[in-house]
Each structure stands twice: as structure tokens, then as C-alpha cells.
Design a protein around this ligand. Structure first.
Ligand SMILES: [Zn+2]
Length: 467
């Protein structure tokens, strides 16, 4: 009898440790990330040993080599590079700008927007027209704009809680400002930085001339929020003041680059793919720690944390480090093209590209049935203060994988500080908190674990999280 009890006890202990419930698995994933994570160490290297990784640059190449080598150390089933041609644009010398009013010179902080033309070597001097949107520009017309610098000064809306919505409400000034002003014969464009904070950092980002004729294309730069206010105030006192700016950026021919991919091949359904990713390229001003070094290292750690937690995925789990999200989306486009050509069934794609801040949850781009399944997992995340499960967007890099039936998702960290750093020289490693970054990696890993375990809809009722 005593022996029998001992046997039963041992059996229970055995069962307990080898068939963990989802709750216990999540606990183990968070614990491993917070006590034995690699994301912060990888980010340190990417940020401090490599630095800003603009597509086509030497640093982008170094980042490809580094992440591939690190993934190879993880004992995944496959690690490879997926070739993709990317644009190459260089900032050149540091930009120079000042306001000239009443014979007094006031220096201001600007930076060229990605993809912009240079000014002539001696710079551009012109009067300034301040506007807040394209309608105002149209109302002014050619007569009042020709020969002038257009200054877009619509600030990000401060009362929006999700700062990405505030960004979305402003970014057309940056992206299409030169395209629109060029139509009316403007000679240059200055855009208020996409930043909710008042400071001296100019924030770069991509812009496009669309199909504007070459003779109408004009240089375009961002000005810091402090200096945007200085310029606006100065214009109130002297509407004929002169603004001077000089930039020497240059567009080169496309160059060869790569997406970096690692895979754990699924043990039961190898042609059902779950991917996690971020973008390896960044802007050149900072070291791209939040945008998107954080997403890169978190995604790498997802595969490692699954392995460390003793999980053998049923489906194929890939980490994809996309190249060229910032100024072309070529890596994402190429990845989706090849996935389609190979008939790979991407059932779930998760991106982290909103900074390495405290995770709050996810945004899901999917149909109502899939969303319902995802919502059933929400209570499991409660102990980690992860509460945000909403339908909405996902991420730029996973976007091209959208299908009628799959689920795309984006990690949603706290967004209040993101735009203090976004695309500026203060997007640097010291502004990323180790624990916040690791919590993000664990949150992503947990969702991937659940998705791998339960698969895509329709999911039989008994397979729900009751275990
Ligand atoms: Zn990004």
C-alpha cells in the first residue's frame, strides 16, 4: 500500500512537470525572459557596436551578419539570408539652417528627410509660407507659394491617448509635403518634427516625390519642435523674414541586401507558418534601439525562449528580420512574394515595431471568428498586466502577408514616449529599459506558444485553453 501511494505520488509529479498547463507555460516563458533573456544583450551590440542601420549602408550589412551569426548559435533547424535589392540614400554633411530676421541670425535644428534631394551647394534662401495642411496650400495657390519655402507646422494632436494616432494625423506633411508644395513652385519644404514633446531634436523619416516632374522636386527637411515654434513666432513679427537651409544628401543606385530568417520546423504541421519579426534597418541619426532594434531582438528571443522553455512547436516558427522597412518596404514585399510562390501557409504573423517599452497587449488584423479565438487567451495574460487585445492594424512588414483567414498582429507597448525618440538622434540604447524589453519578448513568445498549440480556426471547442 505504501509503495502504491509512493508510485501514485511519483506518477502525479511526473505528469505535473511534463504536461504543464498554459498558465504554467506562460509563467515559465516570462521567468526565462526576465532572468535569462538575450534580447538586451543583442540590442546592446546592435546599437552600440553597430549603430544606425540605414538600408544599403555598411552598418546594415554588419547587422545582417551579426544577427545571422547569433541565430546560428541558437540551434534552430534553419537559418538563411533572403536576398533583396534595397535603395541607398546618404545624408552627407550635417545640415545647416537659420532664420534671418531684421539682420539677426538665429540658428535652428533641421535634418534632411529620407529620400530628399540636396539643396544647391550654397544652400537655399527664401521667404517662408506657413501652413497646417494641403488645403491651405491649395487656397494660397501658385501665386503666393512660387519661389518660397513651405513650412508645414501642424503639431501632433496631444489629446490622443494612442500616440500612433497622433502620428497618423500628421505624417502626410512629412511624406507628401514636398510633392504637394512642388506643384505650386515652392523651392523647399520645412516640416515640424513628428514629436509630441518640445525639444531640439529634428526627426527624419521617409518622404516621396511621387510622380512629380523632376524639375518640380524640391529639398525637404524636418525642424525640431522648439525651432518650429521659434520660426512660427518669428513669422508673426516679420512675414518677410528669410530662411536659409543647406543639405547635401544623395540617392545612389540600389544595392544588394538581405532579410535574415531563422526557423524551427514544425513537428506536426511544417507547412503552417507562424512568424515573428521586426525590421533590421533603421534611420541613421540614432542607433535605432527602439525603432526597430527592440523588435529585432525580441523576435529573435521568441524562438530562443520557446526552446529554453522546452516547447517543441507543432507548426513552423520563423523569425524574420526584415530589411528596408523605413524607406521602401522591399524586404517585406520580397518575403511575402516568396512565401506566396512557395505556397507557404502563413497562419499567423506577429510584428514588434512600436518601441521597446512596457508591453500592453496586441492589435489584431483579422476576421471576427479568429479574433474571438484570440480573445479567449486574454485572461492568461492578466498576471503580466497585458490587457490590450483589440482589432486594428498589425505592422508594416507583416502587412503584405494578409489573407482572408490568417491573423496578423502587432505588439502594442505603451506609446507615450515613443515619439520622443522616433527617427531622431536620441533613439539610442540608453533609452531602452531592460525589463520592459524582456517583458515584450515574453509577451510575444506567449502568444506564439498559444497560436502554435491551438492553430488557426476552426478550433474544436475541447482544444480551448481549459487544457
Ligand atoms: Zn520601425
Amino acid at each position: 500500500m505504501k509503495n502504491n501511494i509512493l508510485t501514485i505520488t511519483l506518477c502525479l509529479a511526473f505528469t505535473f512537470s511534463f504536461s504543464q498547463t498554459d498558465e504554467e507555460t506562460l509563467k515559465s516563458i516570462y521567468k526565462t525572459s526576465l532572468t535569462n533573456g538575450m534580447s538586451y544583450q543583442w540590442l546592446d551590440h546592435l546599437s552600440n557596436n553597430i549603430g544606425g542601420r540605414l538600408s544599403g549602408s555598411k552598418n546594415a550589412e554588419l547587422a545582417v551578419d551579426y544577427t545571422k551569426a547569433e541565430l546560428e548559435k541558437l540551434g534552430l533547424d534553419k537559418v538563411w539570408l533572403q536576398p533583396v535589392m534595397v535603395p541607398k540614400w546618404e545624408r552627407g554633411e550635417k545640415e545647416l539652417a537659420y532664420i534671418n530676421t531684421d539682420g539677426k541670425i538665429k540658428k535652428v535644428n533641421i535634418c534632411a528627410l529620407g529620400g530628399s534631394l540636396a539643396t544647391p551647394e550654397k544652400g537655399i534662401t527664401a521667404e517662408v509660407v506657413e501652413v497646417t495642411d494641403f488645403e491651405e496650400l491649395e487656397a494660397l495657390g501658385k501665386e503666393k507659394i512660387k519661389g518660397k519655402i513651405v513650412f508645414y507646422n501642424r503639431p501632433m494632436q496631444a489629446d490622443l491617448i494612442n500616440t500612433f494616432n497622433a502620428y497618423g494625423g500628421c505624417v502626410n506633411q512629412r511624406y507628401a509635403g514636398a510633392m504637394e508644395a512642388g506643384k505650386y513652385g515652392a523651392v523647399g519644404v520645412i516640416v515640424r518634427s513628428m514629436n509630441l514633446r518640445q525639444d531640439d531634436y529634428p526627426h527624419t523619416g521617409s518622404m516621396s516625390y511621387g510622380d512629380l516632374p523632376i524639375e518640380n522636386r524640391i529639398p525637404s527637411a524636418a525642424i525640431s519642435t522648439n525651432d518650429a515654434n521659434v520660426l512660427s513666432e518669428a513669422l508673426k513679427k516679420d512675414k518677410n523674414l528669410n530662411f536659409y537651409f543647406k543639405q547635401s544628401c544623395q540617392q545612389f543606385d540600389d544595392v544588394q541586401s538581405y532579410n535574415v530568417i531563422g526557423e524551427i520546423t514544425g513537428s506536426a504541421f511544417p507547412n503552417e507558418y507562424i512568424i515573428v519579426g521586426g525590421h533590421l534597418d533603421s534611420w541613421d541619426l540614432g542607433d535605432g534601439a527602439h525603432d526597430d532594434g527592440a523588435g529585432v531582438v525580441q523576435s529573435m528571443d521568441v524562438l530562443r525562449l520557446l526552446k529554453e522553455s522546452g516547447i517543441t512547436p507543432k507548426r513552423s516558427i520563423r523569425v524574420v528580420l526584415f530589411m528596408n522597412e523605413e524607406n521602401g518596404l522591399r524586404g517585406a514585399t520580397e518575403y511575402a512574394k516568396i512565401a506566396e510562390a512557395k505556397n507557404e501557409n502563413h497562419i499567423f504573423a506577429l510584428e514588434s515595431d512600436s518601441g521597446g517599452f512596457t508591453p500592453r497587449g496586441f492589435s489584431f488584423a483579422t476576421n471576427a471568428t479568429n479574433f474571438k479565438q484570440v480573445l479567449a487567451w486574454k485572461p492568461l495574460f492578466k498576471p503580466y498586466l497585458i490587457h490590450y487585445f483589440e482589432q486594428g492594424g498589425s505592422g508594416a512588414d507583416v502587412g503584405p502577408l494578409k489573407s482572408e483567414t490568417n491573423v496578423l498582429a502587432g505588439l502594442r507597448p505603451d506609446s507615450q514616449r515613443y515619439f520622443d525618440h522616433h527617427h531622431a538622434s536620441n533613439d539610442t540604447f540608453e533609452h531602452v529599459n531592460k525589463r520592459e524589453l524582456e517583458l515584450g519578448a515574453a509577451t510575444m513568445t506567449s502568444l506564439v506558444y498559444l497560436y502554435d498549440k491551438y492553430g488557426v480556426n476552426p478550433v474544436p471547442e475541447q482544444q480551448q485553453i481549459k487544457d
